[in-house]
Design a binder for this molecule. Structure first.
Ligand code: 8YV
Length: 309
C-alpha cells in the first residue's frame, strides 16, 4: 500500500480533496508521527506547503521518497540540496499567484504612501472631529525600487507603470531584455527609491539582505514594502530605524517569525501590518490547490511534475 505523507493541514478544500483521492498520512497527528519509521518504505510522495517545507532530517527518515509537492510558490523551508542529492523532485505553485501578490503589493504601496490605515484609525477614533491628519506622500510618480525582479516583481512593475512610477531593480545579475534600469547594489537602489519593494526569494541566500545600511539609505522619507519573506529583512534593525525616524515607514505582509510580529511595530502609525495574505483570495488559493492536485496526479501517473522547481 502506498501512502501520501501530508506534512500539515493546507486548506479546507485541499485537505478534503487529498483525503478523498489518496491514502493520507497526516504528519501533524501524533499517531502518524509514531508510526512514521514503520511506514516510511511505503511513502514515495509528500505534500507540504511553503510555510512548512521539508527538512533534511525528515527526508532522511523517508528512504523511498521520490517527490515533494508543495502548496505555495516559495520553497525556502525545503532543504533543496538534500533533495537534489537524492534525486527527489520538488514542485511548487508558481505563476497562478503573481497577480494577487502584485495587487497586494500595490495596495501596500498606496497604503504606505497615502496612510490609508492610519486615516481609517483616525476616523474611527473620532480624531476627525478635532482636526486633520498631516499630509501624506504622493504615489503617482514616486520611485519604485524592486529587490528581486522575478515574476511577481515584474507584475508589480507593470502595475506601477499605471501610476507613472519610475522603476529600478536589483537582482544578483542584471536581466537581459529588461525595460527597467539595474542598480548595481541594494544600497544604491534604496538610496534612489522612494519605495523599496521586496519580491525576492527567501532562504539563506537572501537572509538579512535588507540591513541597517539599506534601511538608512532608504531614509526618513522612504517606505519599505515586503511581500517576500520576513527573513529578507533584519527585523531588529527595521524596528530601530523606525523608532529613530531613520526610516519613513513600512508596509509588511510577512515577518521573520510568523505569526509573531515585533511588539514595537504594533503601536506605530507609519507601519501597515498584514497577516501574510499575498495569495489569500478564493480565486488564487483555488488555482494553487488545483496545481498541487495536478502535480500529484501527474507524478503518480507518469513520474513527472507539472511545475517542477
Ligand atoms: C503561502 C506564500 O503559500 O506561496 C507562497 O510562497 O508565501 C503564500 O502564498 C500561503 O500563505 C499558503 O500557505
Amino acid at each position: 500500500m502506498a501512502y501520501l505523507l501530508q506534512v500539515a493541514p493546507l486548506s479546507a478544500r485541499l485537505d478534503r480533496e487529498l483525503a478523498s483521492r489518496y491514502d493520507i498520512l497526516p504528519l501533524w497527528q501524533a499517531e502518524t508521527a509514531a508510526r512514521l519509521d514503520k511506514l516510511a518504505e511505503a511513502i514515495e510522495v509528500m505534500v507540504t506547503g511553503s510555510r512548512f517545507g521539508c527538512s533534511a532530517e525528515l527526508m532522511a527518515r523517508l528512504p523511498a521518497l521520490k517527490a515533494i509537492v508543495s502548496f505555495g510558490v516559495g520553497y525556502d523551508p525545503i532543504d533543496v540540496p538534500a533533495a537534489q542529492a537524492r534525486g527527489i523532485a520538488i514542485s511548487n505553485t508558481p505563476e497562478v499567484l503573481n497577480d494577487c501578490v502584485a495587487d497586494l503589493a500595490m495596495g501596500l504601496i498606496i497604503d504606505g504612501r497615502r496612510q490609508l490605515n492610519r486615516a481609517d484609525r483616525f476616523v474611527r477614533a473620532g480624531g476627525w472631529l478635532n482636526g486633520n491628519l498631516p499630509l501624506a506622500r504622493r504615489v503617482t510618480g514616486s520611485r519604485l525600487g524592486i529587490l528581486g525582479l522575478g515574476r511577481i516583481g515584474q507584475a508589480v512593475a507593470k502595475r506601477a507603470e499605471g501610476f507613472a512610477m519610475p522603476v529600478r531593480y536589483h537582482n544578483r545579475r542584471p536581466l537581459t531584455d529588461c525595460p527597467y534600469e539595474y542598480a548595481g547594489s541594494l544600497v544604491e537602489l534604496a538610496r534612489w527609491a522612494d519605495v523599496l519593494l521586496l519580491t525576492c526569494v527567501g532562504g539563506p541566500q537572501t537572509r538579512g539582505l535588507v540591513s541597517r545600511d539599506v534601511l538608512e539609505a532608504l531614509g526618513p522619507e522612504g517606505l519599505l514594502v515586503n511581500v517576500a519573506r520576513g527573513s529578507v529583512v533584519d527585523e531588529p534593525a527595521l524596528v530601530e530605524a523606525l523608532q529613530a525616524g531613520r526610516l519613513g515607514g513600512a508596509a509588511l505582509d510577512v515577518f521573520d517569525q510568523e505569526p509573531q510580529v515585533p511588539e514595537a511595530l504594533l503601536g506605530m502609525d507609519n507601519v501597515v501590518l498584514l497577516p501574510h495574505i499575498g495569495s489569500a483570495t478564493r480565486e488564487t488559493r483555488g488555482a494553487m490547490e488545483d496545481l498541487v492536485l495536478a502535480n500529484l496526479q501527474r507524478f503518480l501517473a507518469e513520474g513527472q511534475l507539472v511545475t517542477p522547481v
